[in-house]
Design a binder for this molecule. Structure first.
Ligand code: SD4
Length: 339
């Protein structure tokens, strides 16, 4: 770090470096590992699935895949085939995965496949490519032993779609959690059985060997234009892992995350010496600065961890929460927010 940057960081104070935030307890020269972070409170169950692998000295890449599969299996969840459809009533799924060697794979707009995260992993391991889309992704999945599921909407998704059709308005609303309100791609905040509506699961993990991996899986923004791809399957937007520095994932309006290469930006800020929380904050600020008026109406949240297992998050609006599991913690934290 050069002197100018050192002074810049010094003037931010300890709290801005993350020492007074959620990840503080791990900042005492011991590396907190293994550890897994997931977006939203539904991340608690996701972390549990990942933890089974991490605590048995498994690899972080296996842990993040297992975590993503857990939520893809969950009925009445906006992730996976139970998720909300696009405006034509079709569920299209996006997913990506990345390991400590910057190996990565993704699928976008895949239909009728239960575990897009595992297809993404196959893309990573079995092809020289990074992203497969639509029919090609589905064909690749079937060739690799994945089953084609029937094209039916879950009861919750069908009800929400019918309600949406009445107005057919494509207008993202802030995904303020814990409020039973809203009428847009992120609404309703809850299903009728009380389970939360989080349509994207992003997770990052560090294993006992200190290696980082990440995964994201989503049905994308509800009632989107058919063919729309969000940030979630885009490496550097919805997920980025650099094993020398850290890893980050995002949730919220994907278009705004893509525009700033969001998670890559977060990791680069961490490389410059910023704490995970401050790195996330700086990325959020960039979105807000570009178009403050627009930012006031949308939500984007970033979640990141560095190589010490220090973690942090930041969002545009109140309401972004994330789940953490390590030997010391099994908790949901509220992310800080700008507006
Ligand atoms: C997308 N980023 O498709 C996703 C949506 C999301 O919580 O994160 N929702 O743009």
């Amino acid at each position: 770090m050069n002197r100018k940057n050192f002074i810049k960081l010094g003037s931010l104070g300890l709290s801005s470096l993350g020492l007074s935030s959620a990840g503080m307890r791990s900042w005492n020269n011991t590396i907190q590992k293994p550890i897994v972070l997931s977006t939203w409170d539904s991340g608690m169950a996701v972390n549990e699935a990942a933890w089974k692998i991490l605590s048995a000295n498994g690899k972080s890449i296996d842990a993040v895949e297992a975590g993503a599969m857990q939520i893809e299996d969950t009925i009445n969840c906006c992730v996976g085939l139970g998720g909300y459809p696009d405006r034509d009533g079709i569920v299209t799924l996006d997913a990506c995965i990345m390991d400590e060697h910057a190996n990565c794979g993704a699928v976008a707009g895949i239909e009728q496949i239960k575990h897009p995260i595992s297809v993404a992993r196959k893309v990573m391991e079995k092809t020289p490519h990074v992203i497969l889309v639509g029919n090609g992704a589905q064909q690749f999945a079937i060739e690799n032993g994945f089953q084609k599921e029937p094209p039916v909407l879950s009861p919750s998704a069908e009800a929400a779609y019918k309600e949406w059709l009445i107005k057919s308005e494509y207008k993202p609303v802030i995904n303020i959690e814990n409020k039973k309100q809203g009428n847009g791609p992120f609404a309703p905040a809850f299903f009728e059985d009380g389970s939360p509506n989080h349509d994207t699961m992003g997770l990052v993990a560090m294993d006992m060997a200190g290696n980082l991996s990440g995964a994201v899986t989503t049905s994308g923004m509800a009632f989107k234009v058919h063919g729309r791809v969000g940030d979630s399957p885009i490496i550097g937007a919805g997920l980025y892992v650099d094993n020398e520095v850290g890893a980050a994932t995002s949730s919220g309006v994907g278009e705004e995350v893509i525009r700033i290469c969001g998670t890559h930006l977060v990791v680069e800020f961490m490389r410059q010496g910023y704490s995970p929380e401050l790195a996330c904050k700086k990325a959020v600020e960039r979105i807000v600065k570009r178009d403050p008026k627009k930012a006031a109406d949308i939500q984007v949240g970033f979640l990141a961890m560095n190589k010490k297992g220090v973690y942090g998050a930041y969002a545009i609006q109140k309401g972004f929460v994330f789940s953490v599991k390590s030997e010391r913690e099994n908790v949901v934290h509220d992310a800080k927010f700008i507006l």
